[in-house]
Each structure stands twice: as C-alpha cells, then as structure tokens.
Design a binder for this molecule. Sequence first.
Ligand code: AMP
Ligand code: ZN
Length: 156
Amino acid sequence: MKTGSFIHNPKMRSFLLKFFGQKNFFWKLITPLLKLQKNMKTDCIFCKIVRGEMSSKKVYENEKVIAFHDINPQAPVHILVVPKKHIEKITDLEDSEEDKEILYDIIKTCKIIANQMKIAERGFRIVVNTNPEGGQTVYHLHFHIIGGRQMRWPPG
Ligand code: AMP
Ligand code: ZN
C-alpha cells in the first residue's frame, strides 16, 4: 500500500485524528517503552540471558520465568530460577498483582525443576542470597535449587 493511500484511507484518518487528538497521546506512545526499560537492564547478565543475548543451559521457561544450570555448580544439581522481569533482590518485590504472580510462578517452577531433576523425593534446598552479607553476587533476583547430595547445616 502506498503511503498516500494509507493516510487518505478514511478509517486510518479517523483513527490517527482520534489518537493524536488526545491530550495524552505522547504518554500513550512512550509508556510501553518506559515499561520495557524498567523491566530490563542492559548491563545485567541475567537480563541478557532472558533476552537470549548470552547463552545458558536452559532447563525450563514460561512467560514469567526462566531456569538454567548455574555456571559454577555447588552440587550435582544446581539450577537458577530467574524472573524475566528485572527485580534486583527479594526485598524489592512489590505488593502488586504482577509481583505476586511472579513469586507464585517462581515457586511453581522450583517444584517443576525438583521433579524434572529427580530430587523432589530425596530432598533439596532453595536458597535466595540477598545483599552483601547474604552472599548475593548477581543483582537480579534468582532462586538457587541445589540438590543431588546431602546438605549440611548450618550453611557457611
Ligand atoms: P548469587 O551469588 O546468589 O548472587 O548467585 C549468582 C549465581 O549466578 C552464582 O552461583 C554464579 O555461579 C551464577 N552465575 C553467574 N553468571 C552466570 C551465567 N552466565 N550463567 C549461569 N550462572 C551464572
Ligand atoms: Zn536483570
């Protein structure tokens, strides 16, 4: 379709007039872009894995989360469950429907992974390191699922 006929199409003209005639059309245009930017960080390694810009040994993925093998495993099974939304740490989770759904999805995924990796019956550990004294090194929320050997207590 030529640009001229696109603009002169009556339906398209009325849509464009309505859309750009609104007082807040500018915000309607940029809000999705701002949301995208808020949910993703360009320099975050887990955001890069989510976007497929960095490779990972993926074991599970759905709309909200991704799970992959830890690059430096601390046990025979060591999987990271990561929300696709960039949330720095567990204490940054908000009381919103979106974050509640993400948290529920993470827990559901932990159960799926434990069954998939055949450690559900034997036992396993879920760890969420938080901030420097908690030993967090990657500031994009992730749940470690560790299993396949006897866990010790207290943890180091
Ligand atoms: P934490 O220290 O709790 O923040 O955990 C970060 C985890 O991410 C560590 O266990 C790292 O081995 C792991 N890790 C770092 N970079 C990668 C990567 N590119 N792929 C998979 N796991 C990674
Ligand atoms: Zn991130």
